[in-house]
Design a protein around this ligand. Structure first.
Ligand SMILES: Nc1ncnc2c1ncn2[C@@H]1O[C@H](COP(=O)(O)OP(=O)(O)OP(=O)(O)O)[C@@H](O)[C@H]1O
Length: 320
């Protein structure tokens, strides 16, 4: 495939081991132009390692593919120059202003018309009012925005974001995501790792990785549907007793309080309903129990548990 239809990322069989342990195991991924793809998974599941292999910073033990049409094994230097990459840590100079930081980055990339480029980037990312503030004096949200500005200044076609909003407050996270959508609308493709469910929901598509293997992919609705989970929401004064009574019953996979409600999750709607009804009777009633919609978090917890059972190298990795 060539031109506009060619995937921006197309990798397969990507594998990487550290000390004999596979931390990325046979990963295949395709990302098309203009997509915002969320990369989710528990801590240490291999997201950063995969991203670093895609952008040419790390060589895989095996596997192959292309990023921006360039070979990840032989053209890593060009890939590094052509992608935008924002890491978890703020990596700019705290004792330089926003403008000075961007000017520095423009020099590193050897951008022509540096001044104009910095001014345009400051404008595009809404940094005008703060352009002369020291980066070290900015709040977490503004720091992230500056880091984003630095990673798009050379106008990459692909942006790789590794937990870009970790520790940033909800308002700033929302604004950051508005910005990501604006950039994507201008043609940028984005692969973003995150632990936040609300951010997953803002992606066109999500990929879930656990213990180095991709275990789910699709739109949020598709991933939820494919999980086959059903949820009953229990509400009322007696939910604490119901929670205790329902845990461990046949047909019940997860029990989690959400505010004043209790979400009870299982794979078989009939067994789940029977378990909840029996628990309510045992707890003495005082609640209502309605079928609810299954949340992404419930799905991810199940995927993680299943992956742990299938993985012999994890402490909990016992095949049932
Ligand atoms: N250079 C390295 N040497 C040894 N082990 C490593 C190295 N880099 C990563 N690992 C291990 O590989 C596994 C995957 O790490 P990785 O950072 O890719 O996970 P992650 O999904 O990005 O996690 P998080 O969500 O916590 O950032 C972890 O167990 C980590 O400790």
């Amino acid at each position: 495939m060539t031109g506009e239809d060619a995937p921006i990322i197309a990798i397969s069989g990507l594998t990487k081991s550290y000390s004999g342990r596979k931390v990325v195991d046979d990963v295949a991924l395709e990302v098309r132009r203009g997509e915002i793809v969320g990369f989710l998974g528990p801590n240490g599941s291999g997201k950063t390692t995969t991203i670093r292999m895609i952008c040419g910073l790390l060589k895989p033990d095996s596997g192959s593919g292309t990023c921006l049409g360039l070979d990840i094994l032989t053209q890593s230097a060009r890939i590094k120059r052509e992608v935008g990459y924002m890491t978890q840590r703020f990596s700019l100079y705290e004792d330089l202003t926003i403008r000075e930081n961007l000017d520095f980055v423009a020099r590193v990339y050897g951008l022509a018309d540096r001044r104009a480029r910095v001014t345009e980037t400051v404008r595009r990312l809404g940094l005008e009012r703060r352009r002369d503030q020291l980066a070290g004096a900015l709040s977490g949200g503004w720091k992230q925005r500056l880091a984003l500005a630095a990673s798009v200044m050379h106008e990459p076609k692909l942006l790789l974001l590794d937990e870009p909003t970790a520790g940033v407050d909800p308002q700033a996270r929302r604004e950051f995501w508005d910005e990501i959508h604006r950039l994507a609308a201008d043609g940028l493709t984005v692969l973003v790792s995150t632990h936040y469910m609300d951010e997953a929901e803002r992606c066109h598509r999500i990929v879930y990785i656990a213990y180095g293997r991709i275990v789910a992919r699709g739109t949020v609705a598709e991933v939820i549907a494919a999980s086959g989970l059903s949820t009953i929401v229990v509400t009322g004064a007696n939910v604490v007793r119901v929670a205790a009574a329902v845990r461990g019953r046949d047909g019940v996979e997860q029990v989690a309080p959400f505010g004043n409600d209790l979400h009870v999750v299982g794979t078989d709607p009939e067994r789940l309903r029977a378990a909840v009804d029996a628990a309510i009777a045992e707890a003495g009633g005082g609640v209502t129990a309605e079928t609810g919609s299954t949340g992404l978090e419930d799905v991810f917890i199940r995927l993680m548990q299943q992956a742990a059972l299938a993985d012999d190298s994890t402490p909990s990795g016992r095949r049932p």
